[in-house]
Design a protein around this ligand. Structure first.
Ligand code: PMV
Length: 313
């Protein structure tokens, strides 16, 4: 159909980024911000057109021709290599901000191409192909971003064998008694996940035992988080987020701007605040008492940052 937008969801990681790359659990939830794509007829060659970002007027969600590589890989895997097509991408997610823009981009393009050429493709096929695209962009993705970008549900995720192509991630739905409001804060500092994942990788290679211990501690926080979410225990969830942020600091993936935002949110009464996604810049999240999200968000905006509200459901 003419305007049936194909899209991929942006996401936040509630607990467990980085350690999820080492086979531990993480919890992620989709956000209302998406990337959309549309494919139209073109006689020859593939043309990729990326509209301006709503948010910051940068053109390319992942930069440096990677979107072209991703598009070519998708066309090839769908048996359409060399077919003429024009792919328009409409990003409503800021780039390089820890909100999963690259996975959302891949999912949107896969769905738009499949739709245009009448290919039946299941959600799990979409997710697997987006995972291959994430490998181009990130190197060693855990698979959590493409999963949430595709399915658009809150999940507990674990990829037990990152090294194997055949590894099937374990995915379970997250249950909450009602919607839980989350404030997202953007540092405005772009940071590539491949870079911070590389920092953690280098440190882990130097001292695997020490880093494995931190990853396992984070894993325990994530599993406790599943229970806190099920009970709607926001104070416990906040504590777990604060501790997870401390351990992410130990992994050296925080940044001065993230620390500022986390501090502002906590002083404004947030029950917990932490960086989300790759870190090194990008975004942070805060959980508040019911009804307090607006005032915490307002304190963050007064400190000069862009905020979004989302809900875990
Ligand atoms: O920065 P984002 O939105 O791509 O999130 C990355 C999450 C990591 O755990 C750091 C990497 C991964 O592949 O899971």
């Amino acid at each position: 159909a003419e305007h049936s937008a194909s899209f991929g969801y942006g996401k936040i990681i509630l607990l467990g980024e980085h350690s999820v790359v080492y086979g531990r659990h993480a919890i992620a939830t989709p956000i209302g911000l998406t990337i959309q794509a549309e494919v139209t007829h073109q006689e020859h060659g593939t043309e990729l057109v990326i509209a301006r970002w709503d948010t910051d007027a940068a053109y390319d969600p992942i930069g440096a021709g990677l979107a072209e590589q991703v598009t070519a890989l998708i066309a090839e895997r769908l048996g359409l290599a060399g077919k003429g097509m024009r792919v328009d991408v409409f990003p409503h997610l800021p780039r390089a901000s820890g909100l999963g823009a690259s996975a959302a981009l891949a999912v949107a393009i896969i769905r738009a191409i499949a739709d245009r050429f009448g290919l039946a493709i299941s959600d799990s096929e979409v997710s697997s192909l987006a995972f291959e695209c994430e490998r181009i962009v990130h190197g060693t993705p855990s698979g959590i971003d493409n999963t949430v970008a595709t399915f658009g549900r809150s999940i507990l995720f674990r990829n037990p064998n990152m090294a194997s192509d055949a590894a099937a991630p374990e995915i379970a739905d997250i249950v909450t008694p009602g919607p839980i409001q989350i404030v997202i804060g953007l540092t405005g500092v772009r940071s590539l996940t491949s870079h911070t994942v590389g920092i953690v990788r280098a440190a882990w290679e130097k001292n695997p035992a020490r880093y494995e211990a931190i990853f396992s501690q984070i894993d325990e926080l994530v599993l406790a988080g599943v229970g806190a979410l099920r009970r709607g225990d926001l104070a416990e969830l906040g504590d777990l987020m604060n501790m997870n942020h401390g351990l992410l600091g130990a992994l050296q993936v925080s940044s001065p701007e993230l620390e500022t935002l986390v501090g502002v949110a906590r002083r404004a009464g947030a029950l917990g605040a932490k960086l989300t996604g790759g870190g090194g810049g990008g975004a942070m999240i805060a959980v508040t008492e019911p009804g307090a999200a607006e005032s915490v968000g307002s304190a963050m905006r007064q400190a000069g940052f862009v905020t979004y509200l989302t809900e875990i459901r």
